[in-house]
Design a binder for this molecule. Structure first.
Ligand code: PLP
Length: 327
C-alpha cells in the first residue's frame, strides 16, 4: 500500500460498495455508470471525511491532543464527521461555523453536531482562519491540547485517505475486470481530488480523475489540488511532481455558487432517487451528478465506455435545505 508508512486509526466502514447503476445508465443512453458508495463509510451517517479522519485523528493522538478544532459552513459534513470522530476517540470537538446562531429550528448536520457533543463557535462574519487560530490559542492557554483539522480535512494527511481509497477501488476494478474511463466526483477543498490523482498516477492508471467544482473557479481549484498533491507525495515519499495542468477540473456546474440549489441539482437528485433509490445531497453530490449527467447527455462519453460516480456523502445536510428542496 502507498500509505503503509503513515499511521491510521480505524473509523470508516471499508471497503465501501461498488455498484452498477443499470437503470440510470439505460435512461441516459450513454456509458455504463457505476457508483462508489462513500456515503456508506459510517461515522454518524457517512461521507468522504471519514477516510481523511483516519489519518488526521491518528496524527492528533500521536501528538497527545485532547481536542479537535475545525471549521466550515453551518451545514458542514466535515464538521459533523469530525465531531463524531472526536467522540469515538474520547476527544473534545470545537467547531467554528461560518454563520450566525440560527434563530429557527436546528436541523441537518447542525442537529447532529449538537447530539455529538461538539462545542460550537459562531463566526458571525469574523475571519474564519483567524478565528480558528485564536480558538486554538485560547484552548492552549486554558490547558487543553488542541489539534487543528484543516478545512475539509484537506492537507496531505487527509488526502492520504483518498490515496488509500484509490487503491481500494483499484482492487475492486481488478476483481471485477472493469477499468473506468473516467471518475467524477464533487471537489471543494481538494483533498479527495488530490488523493485520487496521486493514487492513480502512482499506480500508472489511465483512468481520468475529473473533479466537478462545487464553488471554486477551475484554475483556482487546480492550483489548490496541485498543492495538496505535492505535499501528499512528499508525505508518502513518492517521486512525483504535479502542475496545475495535470489536474482535471470542471467548473461548468457551479450554478448559483456554494450551497445554492437550482433546477439542475434538483433534477440530478430526482434521477438518482427515482431510477436507483440513491439519495444525493444538494450541495456537493447533487451538483457533481448534474455535471456528470450533462456531460453524458452532451455526448462526452461513448456507449462502450464505463464511468464511475464517486458518492462522497452529505445526505444529512439535505435536511438543512428543506425549503429549497420541495419536490
Ligand atoms: C467535503 C465534501 C466534498 C468535497 O470533498 P473535498 O475533499 O473537500 O474536495 C464532497 N462531497 C461531500 C458530501 C462533502 O462533504
Amino acid at each position: 500500500m502507498l500509505t503503509n508508512s503513515i499511521d491510521r486509526v480505524p473509523i470508516a466502514h471499508l471497503p465501501t460498495p461498488l455498484e452498477s447503476l443499470d437503470r440510470l445508465s439505460d435512461h441516459l443512453g450513454g456509458p455504463r455508470i457505476y457508483i462508489k458508495r462513500d456515503d456508506q463509510t459510517g461515522l454518524a451517517t457517512g461521507g468522504n471525511k471519514a477516510r481523511k479522519l483516519e489519518y488526521l485523528v491518528a496524527e492528533a493522538l500521536r501528538g497527545r491532543a485532547d481536542t479537535l478544532i475545525t471549521g466550515g459552513a453551518i451545514q458542514s459534513n466535515h464538521c459533523r464527521q469530525t465531531a463524531a470522530a472526536a467522540a469515538k476517540y474520547g476527544l473534545k470537538a470545537v467547531l467554528v461555523l461560518n454563520a450566525d446562531p440560527p434563530e429557527g429550528a436546528v436541523t441537518g448536520n447542525l442537529l447532529l453536531d449538537r447530539i455529538l457533543g461538539a462545542e460550537i463557535v459562531w463566526a458571525s462574519g469574523r475571519d474564519m482562519e483567524k478565528l480558528m487560530q485564536d480558538t486554538a490559542k485560547d484552548l492552549w492557554h486554558s490547558g487543553a491540547r488542541p489539534y487543528l483539522v484543516p478545512y475539509g480535512g484537506s492537507n496531505a494527511m487527509g488526502a492520504a485517505g483518498y490515496v488509500a481509497a484509490w487503491e481500494e477501488l483499484a482492487q475492486q476494478m481488478d476483481e471485477r475486470q472493469i477499468n473506468f474511463d473516467s471518475i467524477m466526483f464533487a471537489s471543494s477543498s481538494g483533498g479527495t481530488h488530490a488523493g485520487l490523482v496521486v493514487g492513480a498516477k502512482a499506480t500508472d492508471s489511465d483512468t481520468a480523475i475529473l473533479g466537478i467544482s462545487v464553488h471554486l473557479e477551475r484554475q483556482k481549484l487546480a492550483e489548490v489540488v496541485t498543492g495538496i498533491c505535492n505535499s501528499t507525495t512528499e508525505l508518502l515519499g513518492l517521486d512525483l511532481q504535479f502542475q496545475p495542468r495535470d489536474i482535471a477540473a470542471n467548473d461548468n456546474y457551479v450554478g448559483g455558487g456554494y450551497a445554492v440549489i437550482g433546477d439542475k441539482e434538483r433534477e440530478a437528485m430526482q434521477l438518482f432517487g427515482r431510477y436507483e433509490g440513491i439519495i444525493l445531497d444538494p450541495v456537493y453530490t447533487g451538483k457533481a451528478a448534474s455535471g456528470m449527467i450533462d456531460l453524458i447527455r452532451s455526448g462526452g462519453f461513448s456507449r462502450d465506455q464505463t464511468v464511475l460516480f464517486w458518492h462522497t456523502g452529505g445526505i444529512t445536510g439535505s435536511f438543512g435545505f428543506i425549503k429549497e428542496l420541495e419536490f
